[in-house]
Design a protein around this ligand. Structure first.
Ligand code: XMP
Length: 347
């Protein structure tokens, strides 16, 4: 009942623009009596300092969630230890974290790290949605009478913008191939039940058909993603990646780019046509504009497979025009990779 539920929203500093206010307004709208916002921004940024590997970032975030939760429970002396932690884990989180008999580890979801596993073993975690896919979760929510504004939102990953802000601990340049530029940036993909971690290929224009795009990726070695070059500040031969980390400056750059894209897609109605639309920052650019933005609109039913979606030329032009104004952004690319062989997120 409402008296016994304590809601805590952890502000990790990795959320989208306006998210904390949105959650605050909606949680009280649901009739919960106790709700707090825990400001843990400095703590998360500190834990992520210097990390570049996707799995290292994911583990750091998951473990930090456990620490924040322990701190809250201890400081409040909640119920003398008579508490259980509710998590919104859904079925794909378990599969992709390597938690079923057949599946390899694709990505460790934040709710499946060691600290959480220990609490699960102690019987301290309830996960009412753990056997459902995302479309089923929405159906359950509809039966419970939750507002459409919540149910129809695009999914957003627990580790937030951290896994959409790619990092690198080395410098690199793009390599010219007959098909396009092989970028010095790697992303996570999936092949059968296995994880891949390979470079992205930037082609000069949209392939004529989906079949052409699919056949291109199938014949490319060491590539798991194809992106179309929409705009670059300089010739790709003169662009590079330099050591880049999860700094406040880069997160703010991504947050700004994401907000611009969300505003324009909402206004144009494109937001309703797609299942999810990650906006990704990659460390590839010029000395004055060190990062590029990748647009990743996809269609899916349950997130387990996905297809890339095209937007109108007019909308793409408008988005690109706005992104070019953001300081530090040196390129705009459009991801046309299906899942498999890509994943929806880049990390
Ligand atoms: P991928 O990138 O694996 O993502 O194709 C499939 C779906 O899962 C979301 N996702 C996550 N959600 N915690 C979450 O709550 C996570 O750690 C996480 N990682 C990926 C992703 O946004 C997509 O909808």
């Amino acid at each position: 009942g409402a008296d016994r539920v304590h809601g805590t929203y952890v502000d990790t500093g990795l959320m989208r623009e306006g998210e904390t206010e949105f959650v605050r307004a909606n949680f009280s709208g649901l009739g919960a009596k106790s709700f707090e916002v825990e400001d843990a921004r400095a703590q998360f940024l500190g834990a992520l300092e210097g990390l570049t590997a996707p799995e290292a970032k994911r583990h750091a975030i998951g473990e930090e969630f456990v620490r924040v939760q322990q701190r809250i429970l201890e400081s409040e002396h909640y119920l003398d230890g008579h508490w259980v932690l509710g998590q919104g884990t859904i079925y794909p989180d378990t599969i992709e974290s390597g938690g079923t008999a057949k599946a390899d580890l694709i990505k460790t979801h934040h709710n499946r790290v060691a600290g959480i596993q220990k609490l699960i073993d102690e019987g301290k975690i309830v996960e009412p949605l753990a056997s459902f896919y995302k479309d089923e979760v929405r159906a359950v929510g509809r039966q419970l009478g939750l507002p459409d504004a919540l149910l129809d939102r695009h999914p957003f990953p627990g580790p937030g913008l951290a896994i959409r802000c790619l990092c690198s601990d080395e410098s690199g340049v793009a390599e010219q191939l007959p098909e396009g530029w092989k970028l010095p940036v790697r992303s996570v993909g999936v092949q059968g039940d296995s994880r891949t971690y390979r470079a992205a290929l930037a082609v000069p224009e949209f392939p004529a058909s989906d079949e052409e795009a699919a056949s291109l990726i199938n014949r490319m070695e060491n590539i798991n993603r194809i992106i179309v070059t929409v705009w670059t500040a300089d010739d790709p031969s003169k662009m590079q990646s330099v050591p880049s980390f999860l700094t406040e400056e880069r997160l703010e750059r991504l947050r700004h780019a994401d907000a611009v894209v969300r505003k324009l897609t909402l206004e144009s109605g494109f937001d309703d046509e797609v299942w999810q639309f990650p906006v990704v920052l990659i460390p590839f650019g010029t000395p004055g504009r060190p990062d590029s933005v990748v647009l990743r609109p996809i269609h899916s039913v349950d997130g387990m497979t996905a297809s890339a979606v095209r937007m109108s030329d007019a909308l793409l032009e408008q988005i690109t025009h706005e992104l070019r104004q953001i300081s530090g952004i040196g390129g705009v690319f459009y991801d046309i990779t299906n899942k498999p062989p890509g994943t929806i997120e880049w990390e």
